[in-house]
Structure formats: C-alpha cells, structure tokens
Design a protein around this ligand. Structure first.
Ligand SMILES: [Zn+2]
Ligand SMILES: [Zn+2]
Length: 411
C-alpha cells in the first residue's frame, strides 16, 4: 500500500472496508466481502437508460397530478378526486401537519427528486457540468428516502378494496399514470450510480492519504478523504468518521417513537360515518373490522405495516444499539443485514397514514357517508417519521469498529 495505483479507492458505505475499484465484466456486481453490501456494478448504457427513465417518470408525474385519480359512484352521485385530494382533505379536517406530510412524501419529494436527477444527468451526458452540482446531489440524496411513491400506491390499492362495499370505485387516468410512474421511478433509481455525477472527478486518492491509513468516505458522493477533512472536496457535504453522537441520538429518537406509538393506538385513526352513524376505528379495531369482513389479506397487510413493522423496528434498533454499546463481536455481517432490512422496510408503515388520507379525501358523500381522520393517525405518522429518523441516525459502521481488519485494502 505504499503508492496508490490508478484505480480509484472506494470505501464500503456500510462497514468502511476499503477496495480498489476495478474493471469488472458487463452486468457484473461487486459486493463487499466483509458485509455483503453492493459496492458498484458495471451496466453498459446505464446513464442513458437512467435519463430515459427519469424523463418518463417526469412525464408520468405530471399526468398523475393533472388527471382524475379515483372516482366514487354511489347511486346517481359521482365524486371525482385528484392525487392531491388526500393531503388537502387532511388539511381541511384540521390536520395540517399530517396533510403536509402526505402531500410532501407522495407528490412533492418524488417530483423534486426526478427534476434534480435530470438537472444533474442531462448536462453531464453532453459533457457539461451543471452549476451547483454538489449541492443538488446532496439535496436529492436527502430527499430520496422520503419519496414514498411505492408506499402511497399500496395505500391506494388498499383503499380501493376497502371502498368496495361503500361505492363503485372507478380508477382514473391519474391512477394509471401513478402506477406507471412507480415503475419508471424504481427503474431509474436502480440504474443510477453516484459515480455518474463525477465523470470528470473520479475518486482518486493521492497525497490525501494519511500515514496511519484512516480514511473517511463521504456519505453523499463516496469520495474518500483523510482523517482531518471536515467537508467533502467533491460535493461539499460535511464528512465525519462516524455519524456524530449516533448512539445517544438514535436512543432518543427511539424513545420518542415509542411514546408516540401509545396515543397512536389509543386514539381512533379515523371515524367512518355511514347514514348518520359514526364508528371510530383505532388501528387494531380497523384490522379486526377487515377480518370480520373476510378481507384477510388486507387485514394481514395493515397489521404487518402498522403494528409488526414499527414494533420490530424499535426492537431491532434497540438491539443493535445495545450490541454496539457493548462492543459486541457477534456476527457483524448478520447485524449489518438486519440494519439494512430495518432501514428499507420502515417506510412501509406510512401506508396506514396514506390510507387514512385517501379515504378521508375520497369519501365525502354528504349524508350517505364520510370518513373523518382521527388524532391517532397524526401520532402514528409522527412515530413512523421518528423511527425512520432513528434508522438514519444509526451508523452501521459502528458495528464493524471492533473488527481488527479495518484500514486494509481488500483486493
Ligand atoms: Zn461492507
Ligand atoms: Zn462528497
């Protein structure tokens, strides 16, 4: 390791193991030998495909917003709603925080992510460097975990099934566009790689390498720095050896999330009023209603997303924190995998919040039926956000800090 060859050095995002980026065959993937995380892959034409997918996603995003999303038909009465109706109705019911949360995560953040990506990739494709490249990449990286297109779509499907006994549901062009948007957006994200943004500034280390070999990877763009760096020289993001105060911060967020889950389960998440008779539903009673109605699959999804996932997530993060605090050597690879699953699955709990928003937005059939969102939904939304923040403040590299082979380059 005396001198650095011309292959860029990269650090595994999850465990900080160092590698040289080498040419691998087309369509191959390079995974971290220590923790199993994907390091990079070689996909011919990935950039062109990524741009094409984001362009389609942008077009579909506009269509999903412009055309009617769902219509409800009861007798001679037809009510048509748009994608934005859910968030807006929560606002009108006097729950602006929850309305804003739904509006931002289902419409605004996905839209901004798509536009930001196109802003970066289209000029680079033609050899131009877009202004404020680092700043835009940081913004997009920060927004992406909060763009919940897939979760919202699942919420839509559940609401359609739930509404079957109340009215005839007619999907609109907006809904079909949204479904297609989900595919385009997922494909675009899957073909994106951070190094696409820096064709002119590869991750090459030279004089920056400190003698004791302690290197810090930028969490936004992957650039490696010496121990003394505070800001990434490439994208400008703050660089930390480990996320600061990761353990106490994650504990605090977990505690807050646990507290929020109590009122979330005690207060009703919505009140269904049919022909003048009100029926408040908590999360649990909603699941029981679905079971009584014979909708077992749906009951299972809601039970899983709203109860099993949040509780499992709290327990898992708590377990990981205790293991890190005790400097445990126990199966670091499995613990990293556990964290990765927790991080990915967590956002799906939002499905219940989206469901409430959609039902409240759709069902305002005057005297026939209304669905009023309840305080439980706000507490539940807060609990989901807090657990997502907790997962993001946990630094999986802490799991590996006990391992004695950090700082060596894996060939
Ligand atoms: Zn790794
Ligand atoms: Zn960076």
């Amino acid at each position: 390791m005396a001198e650095v060859p011309d292959q860029p050095l990269i650090a595994c995002h999850e465990c900080d193991a160092l590698y040289r980026r080498e040419r691998i065959p087309d369509h191959a993937r390079a995974n971290c030998t220590r923790c199993g995380n994907l390091l990079y892959r070689e996909t011919p034409g990935a950039m062109g495909r990524c741009i094409a997918m984001y362009l389609s996603a942008l077009m579909l995003w506009v269509m999903a917003n412009a055309f009617p999303f769902l219509s409800l038909k009861v007798g001679g009465l037809i009510e048509t709603d748009y994608l934005s109706s859910g968030g807006w109705s929560l606002w009108q019911w006097g729950m602006p925080e929850l309305g804003a949360l739904v509006f931002l995560t289902s419409i605004v953040f996905p839209g901004l992510t798509i536009i930001g990506m196109l802003y970066l990739l289209i000029p680079l494709r033609f050899g131009q460097v877009p202004p404020l490249r680092g700043r835009v990449l940081r913004a997009v990286t920060a927004l992406e975990p909060w763009s919940l297109v897939g979760v919202f779509f699942l919420g839509t499907l559940i609401s359609i099934v739930k509404l079957q006994d109340l009215a005839t549901v007619i999907p609109g062009l907006g809904l079909y566009s949204f479904a297609a948007l989900l595919f385009a957006y997922t494909a675009a994200r899957a073909s994106f790689e951070r190094e696409m943004v820096w064709p002119d500034r590869p991750n090459l280390l030279n004089s920056e390498r400190t003698p004791d070999g302690q290197l810090v990877g930028c969490h936004t763009c992957g650039m490696l720095h010496g121990d003394s760096a505070h800001r990434c020289v490439r994208c400008g993001a703050p660089v930390h050896h480990r996320i600061q105060d990761s353990v106490p911060r994650t504990w605090a967020l977990l505690a807050a999330a646990t507290l929020m889950l109590i009122p979330a389960n005690l207060y009703p998440v919505m009140t269904v009023t049919k022909l003048g008779r009100g029926d408040p539903n908590t999360i649990i009673s909603g699941v029981i209603h679905l079971m009584e109605g014979g909708l077992w699959g749906l009951a299972f999804i809601v039970l899983f997303a709203s109860i099993v996932v949040p509780v499992a997530k709290l327990l898992t993060l708590g377990f990981l924190l205790v293991s890190v605090q005790n400097a445990s050597n126990w199966r670091p690879r499995d613990r990293t995998l556990l964290f990765r699953v927790t991080e990915v699955v967590g956002a799906w709990s939002m499905v219940d919040v989206f469901l409430v928003a959609l039902l409240a937005g759709l069902v305002s059939l005057g005297l026939l039926a209304t669905i009023e969102p309840g305080l439980g939904a706000t507490f539940f939304g807060a609990a989901v956000i807090l657990t997502m923040l907790a997962a993001r403040s946990f630094d999986p590299r802490l799991i590996w800090d006990r391992a004695d082979f950090s700082g060596t380059v894996h060939e």
